[in-house]
Design a protein around this ligand. Structure first.
Ligand SMILES: *[C@@H]1O[C@H](CO)[C@@H](O)[C@H](O)[C@H]1NC(C)=O
Length: 361
């Protein structure tokens, strides 16, 4: 009996101690911390010498939390405090540590979100209706989407300023007439301009018509005008996605059979983690403005010291030479399914059924 009481008492005391110190909360939980995001989004972390997962974690626990730094694409303590007046009232504008604890213990279960509408500190975050998919862009990365988080897992991060979700055009304007390395003529042809003065724009909606799974509708708009570098084939990438090294399994969705098959350039491309818990699948109607067949590309870019391979997909439309001095605006719609491999397959099935007329004949 005594023993029982002692154990019971000890249990109560222990529970009280835990809630007072907040020791039960994991401040490196993926809901609030991602080492790669933390290093790439905060240049001072890199400069402090924290360049791997272990040292980034240490820096976060001993400096970053109390400095109010952002450590993942879906949550930021400083924005969370500003979004919720009860949190600010309880812990103050600089109560970053308590705000993180609040989010982990209660906020996330109440479906609160950890970012400010309209942007903060040169970063803009949006999420879908269920707050499961988070996408953000930054001024630093020229408004490319440099973070995509689904179910607390980062699919895209801007490690080495290379992993983004963004549109592109070839020939590229960053090739000047003479290559700055070795003064050799650049392979893309002659370009006499430093910058391109005509707009490219995108409209990204975190919902696709008729789709219940997480999905992005990505509309790319290219203006082709003015003095363009010489080309015989204008290639518009609408868009390209550079994913982390987790996405090593490549397939295509065969819309005639409804099954995943070996990767094929003419069928919607699907990338997934080997355990199938995380996947991305891409569909674009081939009946859009293109002079050559639209195709889905895949690339595996080599390892660097910090992280594993980058896995890249793209959707490519092509136009033959347009008359010099004329102006053309091209719009392309691409749908990007996000979720488990099962979610993505179901999403692609719905999308391809809805565009059935574009896929036959
Ligand atoms: C991580 O970085 C720290 C600090 O530079 C270094 O001491 C440590 O050896 C690194 N760890 C690994 C596994 O590379």
């Amino acid at each position: 009996m005594t023993e029982f009481i002692m154990n019971w008492l000890f249990g109560v005391l222990f529970a009280v101690a835990v809630s007072v110190t907040g020791a039960a909360v994991d401040l490196t939980s993926p809901a609030v911390f991602n080492a790669i995001f933390y290093i790439t989004a905060n240049v001072e972390v890199w400069h402090a010498g924290a360049r791997n997962v272990t040292s980034a974690k240490y820096h976060w626990l001993h400096h970053g939390i109390d400095e109010g730094l952002q450590a993942c694409g879906s949550f930021h303590s400083a924005q969370y405090i500003r979004r919720y007046s009860d949190v600010e009232k309880a812990h103050g504008l600089h109560g970053y540590r308590q705000a993180i604890e609040h989010y982990l213990t209660t906020g996330q279960h109440e479906h609160r979100v950890g970012y400010l509408e309209g942007g903060y500190g040169g970063r803009w975050t949006v999420s879908d209706a269920h707050h499961k998919l988070f996408v953000s862009a930054s001024a630093r990365m020229g408004a490319a989407i440099d973070s995509l988080v689904w179910n607390n897992h980062e699919f895209i991060n801007s490690i080495d300023h290379g992993r983004e979700l963004q549109m592109a055009v070839w020939p590229a304007f960053w090739f000047r007439a003479v290559n700055y390395i070795g003064e050799k003529p650049c392979p893309g042809g002659m370009n006499t301009e430093n910058t391109y003065r005509h707009p490219f724009s995108k409209k990204v909606t975190l919902e696709c018509p008729g789709i219940s799974q997480s999905c992005l509708h990505f509309r790319s708009t290219f203006t082709i005008a003015g003095v363009f570098p010489h080309y015989t084939m204008l290639q518009m990438v609408a868009p390209a996605g550079y994913l982390t090294g987790d996405f090593t399994v490549w397939r295509s969705y065969d819309y005639s059979s409804g099954h995943l098959v070996a990767y094929h350039t003419k069928m919607p491309v699907v990338l997934s983690s080997p355990d199938k818990h995380f996947a991305m699948g891409v569909f674009a109607s081939p009946k859009q403005d293109t002079d050559e067949d639209m195709y889905y590309g895949r690339f595996v870019l080599s390892k660097d010291k910090i992280t594993a391979d980058t896995n890249k997909w793209n959707v490519v439309f092509r136009k033959h030479t347009l008359p010099a001095g004329t102006t053309h605006v091209f719009n392309y719609d691409t749908y990007i399914c996000v979720g488990t491999l099962n979610d993505v397959t179901a999403c692609l099935k719905k999308l391809t059924q809805a565009h059935h007329a574009d896929l036959v004949g």
